[in-house]
Write a protein that binds this ligand. Structure first.
Ligand code: BES
Ligand code: MN
Ligand code: ZN
Length: 502
């Protein structure tokens, strides 16, 4: 799929299809109006006859519009003009793409990027259009014997921008959008892979490949032997009931002209399968626990985007790969673990395993003297209860970092919402025998999990993203979403000073 930007008038386009907006009720957008003029009122006469109201998502495909050089004109309902917001815009793009893909136009010139979207500029509209297009064309059928094929798939999409001055902005938006989209795809592919294939060693092999593909990247794999030497007892305990060796992949990206500049560290929870262990989960939808590595998958995706963008910053990505199984050697409720930090933890539930893996990864990364650390994890079912599937949970020990991430989440349209972390919640983690339990007393499960992690993140500025609700969609069309790759990449773009500047 090829994207480009152009600045021109609709009647001069010679394309398989031109895409223009119509507002409710039956109001032509400025571009549609131009087409109407040269076609001597052909489009407005259709609207008068009631063929298209302009409701958001309505589509009307026209052939051979008089005096128009393009073969087809796709009229796209955009709803009420003043109500066109970000969400509406993305939905309209999505619908447009599936219509184009199904109706035989292999290329199209899209004028929807000229519509006015509340509070958003051309850069944003083009970038979101690229990301949304890639997102809606995504399929994962490498395990299907008969792969569904689109007969005449969309191959080339040109976005029109209002002035020539905005062409360079549009080109930058395409480059950024494509980089984000490739990270999102990598995250989805890894997430969707079945757990018998995508085990910790598989995550490690992907991490190594990234180092092969980019000169700026080096990868180091830490297996169980080295974890033992490092004292990562808590991480090891989670993996000890599985035949698949735990492996932590450490991906170092160096783009800063100063190779010693302090890195941003991203850590992803990589439970390639979470059965719950001895505190075993119910069978229903247990297959979805293959998605418990989506933190690692999206950190991997973000590292890939970053390497493609060649940003002038240093970043370390850690994929904390591990499998939680109830084998004969499994850890049990009641066990007391000494973490790499020296703090002890009483295991009350082996299904609260993510924090036990992450706590040692958080201690491990101290050696990088990080500028900041962001961990990403499908950590708690409670987060799905609190925020549903639309918004990720965010916790942090540093207000400016929290604000940076919230801002990035809004810019990228990949939202996160901050939850509190007061000391009262910390008290819920008390254990009679160890420094803390791996489980909080009932209530605020997402926050107590965040509080647990915060105890291992005292040496640097830290934030935690709970993506339990946003990392995948369940049900019949289940799939990983690739979130929060857009948020993470936006955060990195902002850090590199490359956000949306002309
Ligand atoms: N991976 C799960 C969290 C999860 C559950 C994500 C459902 C998405 C959907 C995590 O390891 C877990 O099992 N958490 C427990 C913690 C509890 C035992 C304190 C949970 O949320 O039930
Ligand atoms: Mn669990
Ligand atoms: Zn888990």
């Amino acid at each position: 799929m090829e994207f480009s930007v152009k600045s021109g008038s609709p009647e001069k386009q010679r394309s398989a299809c031109i895409v223009v907006g119509v507002f409710e009720p039956r109001r032509l957008s400025p571009i549609a109006e131009q087409l109407d003029k040269i076609s001597e009122g052909y489009i407005s006469s259709l609207l008068r006859r009631g063929d298209l109201e302009g409701k958001a998502g309505q589509m009307l495909l026209l052939h051979h519009v008089p005096n128009v050089l393009s073969e087809r004109v796709l009229l796209v309902g955009c709803g009420k003009e003043r109500e066109l917001d970000e969400r509406q815009y993305k939905q309209i793009i999505k619908k447009t793409i599936s219509t184009l893909n199904e109706t035989g136009s292999m290329e199209a010139v899209c004028f929807l990027t000229e519509l006015h979207v509340k509070g958003r500029d051309t850069y944003w509209k083009v970038r979101q259009a690229v990301e949304t297009t890639k997102d809606s064309l995504y399929t994962f059928n490498q395990f299907k014997s008969n792969k569904p094929e689109t007969r005449r798939p969309l191959r080339k999409l040109v976005f029109n921008v209002p002035t020539r001055r905005e062409l360079s902005l549009g080109e930058r938006a395409i480059a950024h959008g494509l980089a984000v989209a490739s990270g999102v795809k990598a995250g989805k592919d890894l997430g969707n892979m079945p757990p018998n294939v995508a085990n910790p060693a598989y995550l490690a092999s992907q991490a190594r490949r990234l180092a092969d593909d980019f000169e700026t990247v080096t990868t180091k794999i830490i297996g169980e032997q080295e974890m033992k030497e490092l004292g990562m007892t808590s991480y090891l305990a989670v993996g000890q009931g599985s035949k698949n060796e735990a492996m932590m992949s450490v991906i170092e990206y160096k783009g800063n002209p100063d190779p010693n500049a302090k890195p941003i560290v991203l850590i992803g929870k990589g439970l390639t399968f979470d059965s719950g262990g001895i505190s075993i989960k119910p069978s229903a939808q247990m297959d979805e626990m293959k998605y418990d590595m989506c933190g690692a998958a999206t950190v991997f995706g973000a590292m890939k985007s970053l390497a493609k963008l060649n940003l002038p910053i240093n970043v370390v990505g850690v994929l904390a790969g591990c499998e939680n199984m109830p084998g004969g050697g499994a850890y049990r409720p009641g066990d007391i673990l000494t973490t790499m930090s020296g703090q002890t933890v009483e295991v009350l539930n082996t299904d609260a395993e993510g924090r036990l893996v992450l706590c040692d990864a958080l201690t491990y990364v101290e050696r990088f003297e990080p500028d900041c650390v962001v961990d990403v994890a499908t950590l708690t079912g409670a987060c799905v209860v609190a925020l549903g599937h639309h918004i990720s949970g965010l916790m942090s020990n540093h207000n400016p970092l929290a604000h940076e991430l919230i801002n990035a989440s809004e810019q990228a349209g990949d939202r996160a919402w901050r939850l509190p972390m007061n000391d009262e919640y910390q008290e819920q983690l008390a254990s009679p025998f160890a420094d803390m339990a791996n489980l909080g007393s009932p209530g605020a499960g997402t926050i107590t999990a965040g509080c647990f992690l915060s105890r291992f993140a005292k040496k640097y500025n830290w934030a935690h993203l709970d993506i339990a609700g946003t990392a995948w969609v369940g049900g019949k069309d289940k799939s990983a979403t690739g979130r929060p790759v857009p948020l993470l990449v936006q955060f990195l773009l902002n850090r590199a000073g490359l956000e949306n500047l002309e």
